[in-house]
Design a protein around this ligand. Structure first.
Ligand code: DGI
Ligand code: FE
Ligand code: FE
Ligand code: FE
Length: 189
């Protein structure tokens, strides 16, 4: 409805065309996953739509927000800058777009890193980001298939892929990503 339309036009001004189309895909996919897994469909749509709101921001502007808001861990700055835009967006949507729902804010905040004991909405947004229709990488179709069967298994496979990819690149890995993975394995049992 109207609120979503307003959020879409706000997003369109912040990100590239490509990133905007990706965000629309994540919103749609998050809605589908919410229906299938019994989550709040409206919250999934809003979090999916806004998850990459700060993706195209300059590095300096992101650092400013991370330093200013103590609720964001400063240790983020010691890791890949790809990890910064979710935490930054989680602050900006609250301050500038009046998103007050904490489930939405946390799903945006942790969409890249994941974390221990992720909420259902956090899992949905994180997974939707991996499998929205415009995403292409080796193995994406397997994760899309798994997502129709088992949210936790699909997300575990997606995190495995990211961790493997980071190891191959000799990159550092943010500890929350390991915690997300360990925690999913415990949940799957
Ligand atoms: O913003 P998107 O491109 O849609 O996707 P994203 O927010 O999941 O960010 C993806 C990139 O972040 C991904 O290609 C891997 C990179 N990255 C760098 N360090 C880490 C990391 N991802 C995780 N999960 N953990 C890291 O430590
Ligand atoms: Fe992202
Ligand atoms: Fe801080
Ligand atoms: Fe994304």
């Amino acid at each position: 409805e109207n609120k979503i339309a307003l959020l879409k036009s706000a997003l369109e001004k912040q990100v590239t065309e490509k990133r905007f189309l990706h965000s629309l895909g994540v919103a749609e996919t998050a809605k589908e996953l919410a229906v299938r897994n019994g989550a709040d469909v409206k919250k999934a749509e809003i979090a999916g739509l806004l998850h990459d709101f700060a993706k195209n921001w300059p590095k300096e502007k992101m650092i400013e927000i991370i330093v200013k808001y103590q609720e964001l861990p400063n240790d983020l700055l010691e890791y890949n800058e790809e990890l910064w835009h979710g935490p930054v967006a989680s602050i900006i949507v609250r301050e500038k777009l009046e998103i007050t729902d904490n489930d939405i804010i946390m799903a945006i905040r942790y969409h890249t890193s994941g974390r221990e004991k992720m909420s259902l909405l956090e899992k949905i947004v994180c997974l939707a980001d991996y499998i929205e229709p415009l995403r292409q990488y080796p193995g994406v179709d397997e994760i899309r298939k798994l997502a129709k069967l088992d949210l936790n298994q699909a997300l575990l496979t997606a995190l495995d892929r990211t961790i493997t990819f980071l190891i191959q690149k000799k990159s550092k890995i943010y500890p929350l990503t390991f915690e997300a993975r360990n925690s999913l394995i415990d949940e799957i049992g």
